[in-house]
Design a protein around this ligand. Structure first.
Ligand code: ZN
Length: 349
């Protein structure tokens, strides 16, 4: 019997409630080569958090009957374990599971995501509800064609007044800050970030998941990155910084002759995070990390507020970020100094 996907449209969001989740990839899945449709390999990155959804539009007989439209890779999906109510947001990295699979699963999680949500890999499945914030706009204009596959629209009072998703075109990626081809990006002032990057503030002191779904993306690092003990397959950043960050990383990788050993000698494998929603103490202003436009590297050897730090103005990592007009916290004076920190926003005009 084919799996049914009870998809509902609620305001701008897509919901699939009370379905089974299975898991895929990782070293414990003998039938999986680790390749995914988005290009990230779950064998090379066994601890990746991610999911696969059965989407139509791939001309694949196993998923084409799904009411879920084709979504961009790295779209955020919020998955809740119905037993514990624990929820995590994970990027969409693959197509699947098959609607004819015996598991009858309506979403596939990576092994790490499955475990983080409290699932037992040996059990194979768990009951979940998932939401894809802001994804209603990817539905085709004529939704009647999908109604037979399980699509329902639920009108919500809070969706009144929002622009109709019906018939809307897929919105283009936000334009980057680069002007003419080859020009260096011109980053906004910190005070202009809400306007330039969008306002990430959501309810209850956390970020707005719709802002995150629409604005954050993942940049793979050409070398192996670690954060503490953990392997980090992607750097989460704002879409407007992604092309520039990719150039920075590729330029560093080229300069060291694509040698992981050289990277480790320089400590550039030691990564301390990018996107974290963190209001500043004065209340309204947000840390640049809250926009996904700041990255920290090797915090241990480049402690905040310290004038003693490993990274110097002529360090490869500093010169390559500066070539792309990123601001280095090591240049800041007094107690502001923060040599681990690079950001795509200017402090001074
Ligand atoms: Zn920082």
């Amino acid at each position: 019997m084919a799996t049914s996907i009870p998809l509902t449209v609620e305001g701008d969001d897509l919901w699939v409630r009370d379905v089974k989740a299975s898991w895929f990839g990782g070293p414990d899945d003998p039938e999986d080569s680790g390749e995914t449709a988005s290009g990230v390999n779950t064998r090379v990155h066994p601890d990746i958090l991610g999911c696969a959804l059965p989407m139509q539009g791939f001309h694949h007989p196993a998923t084409d009957r799904s009411p879920i439209p084709k979504l961009p890779w790295n779209t955020y999906v919020r998955v809740t374990n119905l037993k514990s109510n624990k929820a995590i947001s994970v990027p969409l990295i693959d197509l699947g599971p098959s609607l004819t699979a015996a598991s009858q699963a309506a979403i596939d999680l990576t092994e790490t995501a499955f475990k983080q949500l409290g699932g037992k890999p040996a059990a194979g499945i768990m009951s979940v509800t998932y939401c894809i914030p802001g994804a209603a706009r990817f539905l085709p204009a004529d939704r009647r064609a999908l109604a037979g596959n399980g699509l329902k629209t639920i009108s919500l009072a809070n969706s009144l007044g929002r622009p109709a998703a019906e018939g809307a075109d897929v919105q283009p990626e936000p334009a980057g800050p680069e002007g003419a081809a080859g020009a260096k990006p011109a980053w906004p002032l910190q005070s202009q970030c809400d306007e330039f990057y969008g306002d990430p503030r959501g309810a209850n002191g956390t970020y707005d998941p719709q802002w995150a779904a629409e604005n954050l993306t993942h940049v793979p690092c050409p070398w192996v990155l670690t954060m503490g003990e953990r392997h980090v397959p992607f750097i989460t950043v704002h879409k407007k910084c992604a092309a520039s960050l990719t150039r920075v990383l590729n330029n560093i990788w080229q300069a060291v002759g694509k040698d992981q050993g050289a990277i480790e000698t320089l400590h550039y494998n030691r990564y301390d995070g990018s996107f974290v929603f963190r209001p500043m103490r004065d209340g309204h202003a947000l840390s640049m990390h809250s926009y996904g436009i700041a990255l920290d590297w090797d915090a241990e050897e480049n402690p905040q507020h310290s004038t003693r730090h490993l990274f110097q103005n002529d360090s490869l990592i500093v010169t390559k970020f500066k070539e792309e007009n990123w601001i280095w916290g090591g240049d800041w004076s007094g107690t502001s100094i923060d040599a681990m920190h690079f950001q795509a926003a200017r402090v001074h005009s």
